[in-house]
Design a protein around this ligand. Structure first.
Ligand code: KIV
Ligand code: ZN
Length: 519
């Protein structure tokens, strides 16, 4: 059992975070994030919901096989099929946790589950018992706990502890609570539930009213010792509690919280950048801790103060969270060793074949632009994952555009069957034309909802990163692309998003066929 002065950081970027609209990730991307989370020092990685789809099962199982250090956790409803699937997926893990949940609020019980209190109680206890028959580390979550009748919550928490739960999680599933009320709920449970001192009390807050971090910290002050959170606060709707914010609050105000975490805070910024690039969700400039403006002082009076003494206006130093000056790191004469070392410093551990591929791309880029920055290196590695995932790869393109007339695009795309397809299209500008050609070549139907360009580093020859959002059959899909040519970056981002649509469609098809076969 962990020490009570330790605040356990439970990361659910790969499970709840992935439920963020348009944020689905492929296996390589999930593994890349899981490695970064282990390196960051999180205590628990919730790797997915194995019963949700074969893709989720495979992701949990691969994370369990490859990631050493943190506890690897899988989510299950309180039924035998889900719990057995988690246990099977966790099989290769060194340290495992089964996380079971059932909703406990009146509104969820009546409308979502159509179950009475007694049935919910029985389901929860049976779920915990089954999970405990496999594993010593079992977490129970009372979904929508913050809107649950306190008396009933006390009853269910008491029952699951008696059944063997070792962590009990109190989620604010819809982001409804406020700090004082949530702290009072935690105090009430700690005072009223027998045996609560023997388990870890956890919280899981959503950000619908912008209070996920404040609510989590209020709960910690009231005695909770595990926070469930995600990198960049990604997650359902407005998202989850942001890991980097709660961790830096606990560190910066350690005299107030009197708790320690296992987080290496200097890995926060690289991890947030990684998740942002993989999900295509840019970090807002004014985002606390890791936003571009988090350490920028604009007003003269502030600049003057900071120059005299940094602590006048800075409560944290950029280097505490791993923000470094965007320094020149490598050039075209740098060798493979220097390249590998720098990638390791950035948190990337590559296999030999991946490293060869990345090094070739680095050399090509170093011919195009003389200064190579950390962000360029990150982009090289992340684009490897994108290209590997397929099925479509952009082989070539030719674009003609002129003032006052339409643009034309011709693109050559190759799929995983090695078919080379070329399509031409006209459009209102080069991106519109390229998008039409990509849709025609791949047979995908989608509309472009958002298109954002940003410069990855500084200088005229900097690479541009494009993030796009496509909508198809009521679903959002993101994609990113990077190049020194922003039209090419745009086309690559569109191909990435189209690939994600194709992969999700194929996974849905497998899932439906499996469901149909089992009826
Ligand atoms: O928000 C929620 O209630 C959840 C639970 C499954 C923990 O994500
Ligand atoms: Zn949640």
């Amino acid at each position: 059992m962990p020490k009570q002065d330790r605040l356990i950081i439970f990361d659910t970027t790969l499970r709840d975070g992935e439920q963020s609209p348009g944020c689905s990730m492929n296996l390589q991307e999930k593994l890349r994030i899981a490695r970064a989370l282990a390196d960051l020092g999180v205590d628990v990685i919730e790797a997915g919901f194995p019963a949700a789809s074969p893709g989720d099962f495979e992701a949990v199982s691969e994370v369990a096989r490859q990631i050493k250090g943190p506890i690897i956790c899988g989510l299950a409803r309180c039924n035998a099929g889900d719990i057995d699937a988690v246990w099977k997926a966790l099989e290769p893990a060194e340290r495992k946790r089964i996380h079971v949940f059932v909703a406990t609020s009146a509104i969820h019980m009546q409308y979502k589950l159509q179950m009475a209190k007694e049935e919910i109680l029985k389901t929860a206890v049976e779920g915990v018992r089954r999970a405990r028959s496999y594993c010593d580390d079992v977490e129970f979550s009372a979904e929508d706990a913050a809107r649950t009748e306190w008396e009933f919550l006390k009853e269910i928490v008491s029952a699951v502890i008696a059944a063997g739960a070792t962590t009990v999680n109190i989620p604010d599933t819809v982001g409804y609570t406020v700090p004082g009320e949530f702290a009072a709920l935690i105090e009430y449970l700690r005072a009223e539930v027998p045996g609560i001192e023997n388990i870890v009390l956890s919280v899981h807050c959503h950000d619908d009213l912008g209070m996920a971090v404040a609510n989590s910290l209020a709960a910690v002050k009231a005695g909770a010792r595990q926070i469930e959170c995600t990198i960049n606060g990604i997650g359902e709707r407005a998202g989850n509690c942001s890991l980097e914010e709660v961790v830096m609050a606990a560190h910066t105000r350690s005299a107030f919280f009197e708790l320690e975490t296992g987080i290496n805070t200097t890995r926060l910024f690289p991890t947030c950048r990684l998740v942002s690039s993989i999900t295509g969700m840019p970090i807002p400039r004014n985002k606390a801790i890791v936003g571009g403006n988090a350490f920028a002082h604009e007003a003269g009076i502030h600049q003057h103060g900071v120059l005299q003494h940094a602590a006048t206006y800075e409560i944290m130093r950029p280097e505490d969270v791993g923000v470094s000056e965007n320094s020149l790191v490598l050039g075209k004469h740098s060798g493979r060793h220097a390249f590998r070392d720098r990638l390791n410093t950035l948190g990337f551990v590559l296999e030999e074949a991946e490293l060869d591929n990345a090094f070739r791309k680095f050399k090509r880029l170093a011919d195009q632009k003389k200064e190579i920055f950390d962000a360029d290196l990150e982009a090289i590695v992340l684009q490897l994952d994108t290209a590997m995932a397929g099925p479509w790869v952009l082989r070539d393109m030719q674009i003609v555009t002129r003032f006052g007339g339409s643009a034309s695009a011709e693109l050559w795309l190759q799929n995983d069957q090695e078919d080379l397809v070329s399509e031409k299209a006209e459009g209102d500008g080069p991106i519109d034309a390229a998008f039409k050609a990509i849709l025609a070549a791949t047979g995908v139907e989608a509309t472009l909802k958002d298109f954002e360009v940003r410069s990855l580093t500084v200088g005229q020859d900097a690479q541009g990163e494009v993030a796009v959002l496509l909508k198809t059959s009521g679903r959002d899909c993101r994609g990113t692309g990077v190049s020194t040519d922003i039209i090419e970056a745009g086309a690559r981002a569109l191909v990435d998003a189209v690939n994600r649509i194709v992969r999700t469609r194929d996974a849905d098809f497998v899932e439906h066929s499996r469901a149909a076969a089992s009826v």
